[in-house]
Design a protein around this ligand. Structure first.
Ligand code: GCU
Length: 860
């Protein structure tokens, strides 16, 4: 923990709204101003008349009931009897187009609705005042109901309502990387909502609530298990259990799908082969798929990760992805199911010494030649970038490389490389950058990625959006309450990729926190700036996230990218940095783009700065478009990013009492932590580049920390210095650890008497909860526990954490000590102390002892 409990859980603020259900997410249904929604002359309905009996329509009517109660304090009467309901003249009517036309033929509209689309209308007919939620089908009716509720939440007047909408694409799915044991690959919010210890959970309430959330933004499918699939989930007894998850999804129109392992026929079917072209293998898949549909009649289809990162695949038999995909596609076709075959196929044993080797090429190289060979119910699922969800990547050239194949874009909602929900990163602007990229397909005026994946550009029958969500059992589904804006945003973009980031952010903020202008302005600003801020203090100029590439992908670990087969190389040496992917002198990757886009990336002059190091290798002294050198840009952005991360804290603090307390403190805790960890990032990156390039920072900041005292330079009692690896993740490359009951590190304070903030940089390992106490002249002034569960058991960039004791009164000559008490495997490690003039923050620690002798106040 960064902030001590006493600071965090300060006395409750009068007026703060009472705790909300953290799982309600954007379906909080906060009270709204009814006058705005139903201005004078517009009747508020009393009754909801449901015309259809399907489970999905029942959910829709129930939802209207729930939303009206929460937002308008109106308890709607639920009716299914048209005659009875017609006694009331102020009605919401919900049904499919067919049902509505049968109910009142005069309401039939000529223009048919698109599948899963809806029309919302307010109609005054005689004495009747009707709000009509008309779906093209059952799902459309449900999406219409949720849209109407969103309009109410945003206090939009419902007079003369006439809104026709339809989803942009057929496939709007999330992938959940859950394992049968209940763990989640790259999940950062606790255990699986589906599985536990090898079985499907008994309690399906979270699964059902999740489906409701997904449906509320138009998501119609969910793949419940890890793409690194466990074949045992296809066993008959497991399918029976999985059918319970499908049943929980069904009332919300969310189709269940499964990730499958290509070797299943061998692993669980006892065949001697899984060669997709072996007749017995195809027969096995047919029988298996039939069996799945018996258990789950509305099964959506399968996701295949093959020949990638150790997964079995057709390559083993010299078969192509198309041959493998089609075997499954043919088994699924009679049932209406689809195959999502992942384009994420690459060799992770690349030769680092080969200047032409390039992982970014793999997707295009492996799939481009197969264009036209995939069956119509196969969709190639392509990650937005050619590498792997880095903080900045160009779009995958494969999007423009398949003209006769269905395509879906895979976006990552779980923040694997973008701060793992401990850092605030609203990803919608990043996704928009990909979706709005014009691929310059020859002969086309525009060929935006968003039009390619929805099937418009190449006139494909199918396409879509897949978001890797990885929600967990923890509160707020994704851990960080504000991270839910990403799940919301994914759904909204899948529905309509033309929506702007600002629109999506503001919708989410209003639905989650209400319509207060201050709250909207603060939250929207935080969200919309967050990606840029994160990029600034992590990986610059398209080089990649600069994290620990072969590990947990969280904190800084710059060199881990190099000298291995994984191919996320940055090719940094003493002179320069970046992957040369040009056609002229590099790996030729740029040549995979259509000529118009390739021309932009190929030359240094035209290549956008933010992708410079992705496309080119340049010296550190190379000047960007604004004439700043690459190295100075790296220094400046890292300082600017860390400063901006710190400023998020006071911005959020202005919302105390305006958002529910529980959410307020949860976000505050995370933003405080992020502010500390952004300094770890900043210092690691700038020091590493400083050492590598030998070029000084123009502004003299790098390597120069006048307020800092290294723990290893303090007077140590029982603490022992250790070297930290990678060196850049500890100040001075060293820390101190305690291998006995307690240790201390002390220093004399020689600066002017006054008020100071004392930051202690320490390492909070995954296991253990060491205790630290900050003492001044032997008197304890602050104490805290290192009880976070960061993703490493080592002293490194993942675990380096900052605790700041604010507004501490110090006399020149005082003795400052940190007492560390180890716990279990955690040796109370300390990196350094940083003492700065007090920032004037209100989060002051209790002052006592000698500090009280200081006369005057904080105006020093
Ligand atoms: C990344 C991620 C893996 C995941 C893989 C995939 O490499 O780190 O955990 O399995 O992507 O998307 O298949």
């Amino acid at each position: 923990m960064l902030v001590s409990a006493s600071v965090l859980f300060a006395s409750p603020v009068p007026g703060a709204r009472q705790p909300v259900d953290p799982q309600a997410a954007w379906l909080a249904y906060n009270a709204v101003d009814a006058q705005r929604v139903f201005p004078a002359g517009t009747a508020m309905p009393n009754t909801v008349l449901r015309l259809g009996d399907s489970a999905v329509e029942i959910s829709a009517a129930d939802e209207l009931h729930r939303g009206f109660e929460g937002m308008l304090h109106r308890i709607l009467r639920l009716d299914t009897d048209a005659v009875q309901a017609s006694k009331d003249h102020d009605l919401i009517v919900i049904g499919t187009a067919k049902e509505i036309a049968a109910w009142r033929p005069s309401l039939r509209e000529k223009k048919p609705l698109q599948p899963e689309g809806f029309r919302l209308r307010s109609v005054v007919a005689g004495k009747d005042s009707l709000l009509i939620v008309e779906g093209a089908d059952e799902r459309g009716a449900l999406y219409g109901a949720f849209t109407l509720l969103r309009m109410i939440a945003e206090e939009r007047p419902l007079t003369q309502l006439d809104d026709v909408e339809a989803p942009s694409a057929a496939v709007r799915w999330t992938n959940e990387w859950d394992n049968p044991d209940g763990s989640i690959e790259r999940g950062y919010a606790g255990r699986s909502i589906f599985f536990d210890k090898g079985d499907v959970r008994q309690d399906m309430s979270r699964a059902r609530e999740y489906a409701r959330l997904l449906a509320s933004v138009g998501i119609n499918g969910c793949t419940i298990n890890n793409v690194n699939a466990d074949p045992s989930l296809l066993r008959p007894e497991k399918l029976a259990e999985i059918a319970r998850i499908a049943a929980a999804f069904r009332p919300y129109g969310v189709k269940l799908s499964l990730s499958i392992a290509m070797n299943s026929p061998q692993a669980i079917g006892r065949l001697s082969t899984f060669d997709p072209l072996a007749p017995e293998v195809a027969a096995w898949w047919r029988a298996k798929v039939d069996e799945i549909y018996k258990a789950i009649p509305d099964f959506g289809g399968v996701i295949i990760k093959a020949d990638s990162e150790g997964q079995p695949g057709p390559l083993q038999y010299g078969r192509t992805p198309a041959e493998a995909a089609n075997v499954l596609a043919r088994a699924l076709k009679p049932h209406g199911g689809v195959v999502l075959y992942r384009g994420f196929v690459y060799n992770h044993h690349l030769d680092w010494h080969d200047p032409k080797a390039d992982r970014a090429r793999a997707g295009y190289d492996n799939f481009h030649t197969l264009d036209g060979q995939f069956d119509d119910n196969v969709i190639v699922q392509i990650k937005n970038g050619p590498i792997d969800f880095q903080v900045r990547e160009p779009v995958s050239p494969l999007f423009a490389g398949l003209h006769k194949t269905n395509e879906a874009i895979e976006l990552q909602i779980t923040q694997e490389y973008t701060g793992q929900q401990r850092h605030l990163v609203f990803l919608v602007p990043m996704w928009k950058t990909a979706l709005d990229t014009d691929m310059h397909v020859s002969g086309m005026r525009y060929s935006m990625v968003r039009d390619i994946v929805t099937g418009r550009t190449f006139r494909r029958p199918m396409g879509g959006f897949v978001g890797v969500a990885n929600v967990g059992l923890d509160d707020y589904w994704l851990g960080h309450p504000l991270a839910m804006a990403n799940l919301y945003g994914f759904g909204r973009l899948a529905w309509d990729p033309v929506l702007s980031s600002a629109t999506i952010s503001d919708e989410w903020t209003r639905l989650t926190f209400g319509n207060d202008a201050d709250v909207r302005s603060v939250v929207d600003t935080l969200l919309l700036n967050s990606w840029h801020i994160y990029e600034e203090y992590t990986g610059p100029l398209g080089v990649g996230t600069l994290t620990d590439i072969i590990g947990v992908h969280y904190g800084p670990g710059i060199e881990s990218a190099e000298r291995n087969g994984w191919g996320q190389w940055i090719r940094a040496d003493h002179n320069g940095i970046g992957m040369d992917r040009t056609v002229a002198t590099g790996t030729g990757y740029i040549g995979q783009y259509p000529a118009g886009l390739a021309a932009e990336y190929e030359t240094l002059k035209a290549c956008p700065d933010e992708l410079l190091l992705f496309m080119h290798h340049v010296p550190y002294t190379y000047r960007l478009h604004d004439h700043k050198t690459v190295i100075q840009y790296i220094y400046d952005t890292h300082y600017a990013g860390a400063t901006a991360a710190a400023v998020q804290v006071p911005a959020w603090e202005t919302l105390e009492g305006k958002v529910p307390d529980r959410t307020y403190f949860e976000v505050l805790r995370r933003l405080n932590y992020q502010a500390g960890h952004s300094l770890v990032w900043r210092d690691a990156v700038v020091n590493w580049f400083h050492r590598m390039s030998g070029i000084a920072d123009d502004k003299g900041r790098v390597g120069n920390y006048p307020d800092r005292t290294e723990a290893e330079a303090m007077q140590l009692e029982r603490y022992v210095p250790v070297a930290v690896t990678p060196w850049e993740t500890a100040s001075g490359g060293k820390a101190v650890v305690c291998h006995t009951a307690s240790c201390s590190a002390s220093m004399g304070f020689t600066r002017a008497t006054g008020w100071y903030d004392i930051a202690v940089q320490y390492f909070d390992l995954r296991e253990g909860a060491s205790r630290f106490t900050l003492e001044v002249n032997g008197t304890a002034i602050d104490t805290w526990k290192a009880d976070d569960t960061l993703p490493s058991q080592k002293l490194d960039g993942h675990t380096s954490t900052r605790h700041t004791s604010h507004d501490v009164a110090l006399h020149s000559g005082d003795r400052i000590s940190i007492i560390g008490v180890p716990d279990g495997k955690e040796p109370a490690p300390i990196d350094y102390l940083e003492i700065t003039p007090a920032s004037g923050s209100e989060r002051s620690v209790r002052r006592k002892g000698p500090q009280e002798e200081i006369h005057g106040n904080k105006d020093h």
